[in-house]
Each structure stands twice: as structure tokens, then as C-alpha cells.
Design a protein around this ligand. Sequence first.
Ligand code: S3P
Length: 435
Amino acid sequence: MSSSTESTTRIVRPARSFQGSVTVPGDKSISHRYGMLAGIAEGTSKLQNFSTGADPHSTLGCMEALGATVTKGPGTSVEVTGTAGAFRQPAGDLDCGNSGSTMRMLAGLVASHPHTFTMIGDASLSGRPMERIRKPLSAMGAKIDLVDGHAPMTIHGGPLKAIDFDTPIPSAQVKTAVLFAGLQAEGVTSLSEAVRTRDHSEHALRAFGAKLERNGERLSIAGGQKLKAIDAVVPGDISSAAFFLCAALLFPDSNLVLDSLGMNPTRASLLDVITMLGGRIKVLMVEEHHGETIGTIQVNRDASGLKGAEISGALSAQIIDELPVIAAIAPYTNNGVIIRDAKELRVKESDRIALVAKNLKAMGAEFTEYEDGLAIPGNQKLHGAEIDSGSDHRIAMAFSVAALRASSENIIHGAEAAAISFPEFFNFLDELAQR
Ligand code: S3P
């Protein structure tokens, strides 16, 4: 969160059930990609259900600074008139706020343009690793200055050449930076991932008219392609829905309906984990827009109660954003939850392993902390506590969910951080939590 945002405290009282139907706001990941590609495309893109989170709006601010015209409203619709392939020299720094997605993916998109771009962010973003994008983009010919591997990041743009790249860490942001740079490089850029990460960029690029090929695990994109504006509806954010899905697991008679929900298979392994934990998910409707799966689901808890789960390997990478809330409800499971191979959690908006550990401890839970995860035994009773969000949206929301089953109220400090991805979170939580 930007340091100018005032810290707010929320009290979350225990609940006795979790019921209702909700439409979560537009997906953060997809909103970033549509916003960026609309900004470089030719023509006016009409984007409906654009994320209400602060992060994708940081992306829109950058697109305006780069020469796109952005008109917000009515409601959550956004119109972006693109620069037809030619970003201008921004008058000042590109402010990415709290958004790693903005900084990393935009770096790939601007690198071929003959200007100097300085990208800045808040204290959290300025501590996050950027070397992971400098490496491939430098190999393509970009000149990028970092301070000790971190932002501020200055990109001296110029012609790029294609590369063959194998992503060393599972990161959709790094993959996207390479694809966006490859779109404007000379030659055919190819890339393979050790773990297949979210593929929204692939769908978005195709939606805007780019040709991409997949050969087994190798993805390739030819340079010099021009994009055309689209009309699109952004699916609901499954990572925001995750908080309510986990809340629904906490009570035997929960009933939750989520509509217009993004169910892209590279994001939907969360639903498998919810089932593993004891959720019963009924898919009521599914359709597809621009390659993205959108559906309506109903969630109840299985009569056998809240089981446990072991999450490791590729699965940890695929549900990396949802791990904090799964960890936060783990003490209430019957068999506990083990999370491993999730070291990336330490370099998110906060060190999420350390903050989950700190807040679980405050609520009286027992657990073991590992460098790459946590082991949290089940059958524990937690009490209310003072929660430190660490200005991290997902920590604030994860422990607001854990609070629903605590024996007394929780005080969430830094609750305003939720607005980074989900400004409506506390209102929806109040509506759905039955007291
Ligand atoms: C995102 C990718 C993930 C995720 C982040 C959004 C994206 O980050 O944690 O919230 O939109 O591509 P990494 O690429 O660092 O894994």
C-alpha cells in the first residue's frame, strides 16, 4: 500500500454460518493484461467488470502516462484508446504503487520503445525481486538499471531481439514480460516453463489478435505483431472468491453461490483443494469469453467435516495467492494442512510465511514454520487477537476469515490493504457471515 494511505482497523466478530450469493469483482490478473494490451493496441477497447482493486488502476495510470486515453465508468467499465504500438516518453516516473504485476509485465511491454522509463513503487514493491525480469529482457537487448536488484527500475528502451528462454522460477509475471517483449522483438521468441503458470497472457494476446503457438511445453511468439482493440468482460476474481470459499468451509450449514466467476483451469486448482478440504462444489453454469472460462458455482460443506490437505510441488505454485487463507483456516481442519515448495510466498507483497506465522501465533495456534512453507496441525481452537496485516491485502483478508471461527473478536490492523485487490471485501464479508 502506498504510505499515504491511512491505516484502518476492522473488528471481525465470530460467525455461526456463512450464506448467500455474491459476484466478486473482476479478476486482477486479467484486468492488468487487458489494460496493458488495450494501451498498446490500435483503437478503443471496451472493458467491462474491470477490477476495482487499486493494483489494476495503477496499470491504467501507467497506460495514460504512456499516451493511452483511459475513461472510467459507468460502474466498473473502462474504455482504453490505445497508442497503436507507439508509447510516448512519459513526462515523469511510472508509478506502479503496490503492484508487482504492473512493474514486471509492463517492463516487457515498454522495453522496445525508444524512450527512458523509470518505474517506481511503494515500500513493499521497492523490496521485491526484479532481477528475474532484468535477466531475460537484458538477453533480448534491453538496458535496465536496478538498485540492488530492486526498483526503482530504469529501462533505456530500444530494439529487441528474440530469445529462447526457460523460466527458472514459476512466475506468470516473468513469462508475460518475455511474451510482451517478444511481441515487439525481431524474430521468434520461445519460452518454456517448468511449472505451467496462469495463462491469461496467452489468452489475452490472442484476444487482441496476436498469433501465439504452443508446441508441447514450448510457447512461441513472433515479433512485429500489431494488436487491435477488443470488447471484453473480465471474469470474477477466483483469488478474491477464495476468501469466501474458505469461509464457507468453516460451518456445517454454509451455502455460497458465486456467479460470473473466472474458472480458468490454470487458476481453478483452488477448487480441487477446496474439495480436498471438504467442500462440495456444484458447477451450475460455464461459458467462455476470449479463451477465459466463466461460471457459476455453489459451495456447501461435506457432512464429513473439514478435512486436511498436503499442498506441495506444482500445486503450491498454482495456488500461491490462495495459500495464506488456506493456512489461516488450517487449525480448524480435522487433519491439519501442510504447505511446502512455497518459498515464493516470502517475496510477495510481504513475507507471507512469516506474517501468517505471526498472526496464527497471536490467535493461539500451534504450527511449524519452514523456509518454504508451514505445517499446521488440525483440531485447534483459536481465540481473537490483534492481527497485523503488514499492509498486505491477502493477509488482512485471510485473517478476517480465520476470525469467523475464533472464540472472540479479532482486531485487524491495516485492514485498508484489502483495497489493493478487493475494496468490497469487508462489506461482502458482513453480508455473508451470519451472526
Ligand atoms: C500474477 C502472478 C503471480 C501472482 C500475482 C499475480 C499474475 O505472481 O502471485 O498475484 O497476474 O501474473 P508471480 O508471477 O510472481 O508468481
